[in-house]
Design a protein around this ligand. Sequence first.
Ligand code: NAP
Length: 360
Amino acid sequence: MKTYQVGIVGATGMVGQRFISLLENHPWFKVTTLAASSRSAGKTYEEAVGARWAMTTPIPEEIKKMVVLDATADAEKVASSVDFIFCAVDMKKDEIRALEERYAKLECPVMSNNSAHRFTPDVPMIIPEINPGHMEVVAAQKQRLGTKRGFISVKSNCSLQSYVPAMHPLKEFGITKTLVCTYQAISGAGKTFATWPEMVDNVIPYIGGEEEKSEKEPMKIWGDVVNGEIVPVSTPSITAQCLRVPVSDGHMAAVFMSFEKKPTIEEIKEKWAAYAGLPQELELPSAPKQFLHYFEEDNMPQTKLQRDLEGGMAVSIGRLRPDTQYDYKFVCLSHNTKRGAAGGAILMAELYAAKGYFDR
Ligand SMILES: NC(=O)c1ccc[n+]([C@@H]2O[C@H](COP(=O)([O-])OP(=O)(O)OC[C@H]3O[C@@H](n4cnc5c(N)ncnc54)[C@H](OP(=O)(O)O)[C@@H]3O)[C@@H](O)[C@H]2O)c1
């Protein structure tokens, strides 16, 4: 496999930092360009990120002295110096939409962590194990943008990265309704306990926009491709409640589910154990060997013990049992800044690279 030069736009943020740490020693992707706001532009990465560095490993040596560019003012310079960018920025939605389209029109593919384009019908929202077929709408998107190789692809919200994978292999049993309550880590808000001390010993029962994303995004992920656009499905319907809990990393979900053709507990566990997608088939560098892990112990999965399973890219499930109001209930867990953000975007980019989308 050839290697690709990569830019990170939003490199100083929580997700940007995760990209930098996950891409250290990546076999295909080499980080060569960093960009952020005008506040960081012109500084070395080390100066720009300063005390905000929240990863457990140090800033890689070759990144420390790189000079950060301005994501907007230097867009042409960034776009022309890399094969594609990862984008994770904290800006207004319409500004992000415009910035990402600008990079795509500069013929630079955009692998986005932002929500701005998640409901643009010809922008695929990819979970690589679930809907790689949606990549086919990129051709229609390029036609709309008037580009040869520039396009945008997004990854979905971090809240749903545990329960959508757990639901997916069970769709053949006809899921009729699902209730989800998520318990979400503070890094999902770009924060640490040092920067958000109010979260110590606390739960906040509101995360702006999160419940809507948790209910709506799965419908696009399972959507049908019609005339170069993704048409969301209307079932299985999901109702969600999202809470912020005092955990550094790792989003847990408590899930309740009913079916048209109710499977047995053994059948569900077999479906989870057997499920593998294109990333496993292609042996992509960031793909977990086993996507869904079921734990038989009553007190598993635990955020602290399982969030880093298979490099933080696997989903952990446990406590599957009958329910009195739904057919079954269970819990599941995924790492929100690895599988749920930077890691998920890197796996998505590996899929595009393997399929030749970044070639010139
Ligand atoms: N954290 C998660 O788990 C997670 C999960 C999924 C998706 N996301 C999404 O990823 C994006 C970034 O989240 P985050 O948690 O990493 O945020 P963050 O820690 O607040 O970082 C924000 C980044 O955006 C940059 N930025 C702000 N204004 C900018 C501008 N005008 N032009 C260019 N860059 C600008 C910042 O640069 P400066 O340092 O120069 O200000 C910084 O690099 C958001 O859209 C978020 O919804 C986050």
